[in-house]
Design a protein around this ligand. Structure first.
Ligand SMILES: NC(=O)c1ccc[n+]([C@@H]2O[C@H](COP(=O)([O-])OP(=O)(O)OC[C@H]3O[C@@H](n4cnc5c(N)ncnc54)[C@H](O)[C@@H]3O)[C@@H](O)[C@H]2O)c1
Length: 398
């Protein structure tokens, strides 16, 4: 049983606390920390947490605490993680790990030097659907993954600091690109090195310095491509979708809206429907188990089970560092309008020699390869062929 300090009691601190209390969980939050005392009091009373403070160092250094969960605005992650490492406590940090790869690397080095357990709380690779799809992908169901596309869009975040670049480190790319980049990377295979990126970003709607909409491509050294689409301008709720296509198969995942629970009300139900839902009348898309659907429950299971087993969880600070490095390259690309390299001072994956094999050429006969076969509406079958010697493309209709 672990004794936890929950540092931050806002939206994510609440979801984390609900997840840890899920099914009467055995790990206990013994102290919670918020900026304002009134917020801390309200939170600890609501969740039956014995102590509170407004001083993060005090919470982290609390002698009863063995595990620190960092659920603070982005610019404070580094401070909290360095304090936890110094105190010799296990530390789990929400996304993005840091506001730059440089800071992320410093945090990674600090926890490794201190020899403390570290987990990167990237919940969206832990949704039950994603875990199952990742398992099928690892088992070869899709063949070689060629393209992994991930989208998170909604009408924008819920607290002031997200909109201030000084505190958030960036806009939609920093906030949600980090999820999508890690989802695509997980499907493509974490041993494959992200080598370069190109990214479009703009501030289309809101009066802020950071981007509120972006689309990016992340190229991997095995030839696969990751694609992310993130926006704070989207209307209609929260759109969380992933699409993965490989040489032998395809996966489509829809995590939030239209997932099988649709409800209409002309009068409303008096409030909250699901995270980032825009209203409570008309057609709505509630989510039965939000903390389960978003991956928080499985994520903490992996974190604490791994901690008890003395092994690394599926997502560590190293993964957070890679994501920050990709995000940095994206911001550079939005300025230069060029493909930009992903700078990784610390690379622990494959050395590039494990490049995925090109799909095998299919023989049609001694002279031809078969490019494509299709049954047409007329009932005929068309075969598109390539001559092995001349390269000429032809077709026959059967
Ligand atoms: N799916 C996810 O994994 C997910 C979802 C939302 C947010 N997040 C991440 O969680 C972090 C927090 O986001 P949020 O949505 O909970 O924000 P929030 O604004 O709802 O809450 C922030 C919390 O931090 C506390 N805080 C701020 N400054 C503090 C200080 N100096 N000392 C102590 N406490 C302080 C506030 O009191 C509040 O409890 C961010 O890094 C965000 O990116 C992750």
């Amino acid at each position: 049983m672990h004794k936890i300090a929950m540092i931050g009691t806002g939206l994510i601190g609440r979801f984390y606390t609900m997840s840890l209390k899920h099914f009467r969980g055995k790990d206990e939050i013994v102290i919670a920390c918020a900026r304002e005392e009134s917020e801390a009091v309200k939170f600890t009373e609501e969740f039956g947490i014995p102590r509170y403070t407004t001083d993060m160092a005090k919470a982290i250094q609390d002698p009863e605490v063995d595990t620190v969960i960092v659920a603070l605005p982005n610019y404070l992650h580094k401070k909290a993680v360095l304090l936890a490492a110094e105190a010799g406590k296990a530390v789990l940090c929400t996304k993005p790990l840091a506001t730059s790869a440089e800071d992320a690397l410093e945090m990674l080095e600090a926890v490794e030097k201190a020899g403390v357990f570290h987990g990167y709380l990237e919940d969206l690779v832990y949704t039950p659907k994603t875990l199952k799809a990742l398992e099928s992908t690892k088992n070869g169901a899709l063949g070689k993954v060629l393209w992994a596309r991930s989208r998170e869009t909604h009408g924008g975040p819920h607290s002031d600091w997200f909109w201030n670049k000084e505190f958030s480190g960036g806009g939609a790319i920093m906030d949600m690109g980090c999820h999508c980049i890690e989802i695509a990377r997980s499907f493509i295979g974490k041993r494959n090195r992200p080598i370069e990126v190109t990214c479009w970003a703009d501030t289309q709607v809101h009066p802020i310095d950071a981007e509120d909409h972006a689309v990016g491509l992340v190229k991997y050294d095995n030839g696969s491509i990751g694609q992310f689409e993130v926006s704070w301008t989207f209307r209609g709720g929260m759109d969380l979708r992933d699409e993965v296509s490989g040489t032998e198969g395809t996966v489509w995942l829809n995590h939030w809206m239209r997932t099988g629970f649709e409800m209409f009300s002309s009068v409303g139900q008096g409030g909250y429907v699901a995270e980032k839902a825009e209203g409570d009348t008309g057609w709505m898309f509630p989510v039965g188990d939000e903390i389960g659907a978003l991956g928080y429950v499985e994520m903490f299971l992996d974190m604490f089970n791994s901690m008890d087993a003395g092994k690394a969880p599926m997502e560590t600070f190293y993964d957070g560092y890679i994501v920050n490095a990709v995000v940095d390259a994206c911001y550079k690309s939005t300025q230069t309008k060029q493909w930009e390299p992903v700078e990784l001072k610390d690379w622990r994956g494959a050395d590039g020699s494990e490049k995925g094999k090109a799909p095998a050429l299919k023989d049609f006969d001694a002279e031809h390869y078969l490019i494509k076969e299709e049954l047409m509406p007329s009932g005929a079958t068309k075969l598109i062929l390539k001559n092995k010697k001349t390269g000429a493309i032809s077709q026959i209709i059967k």
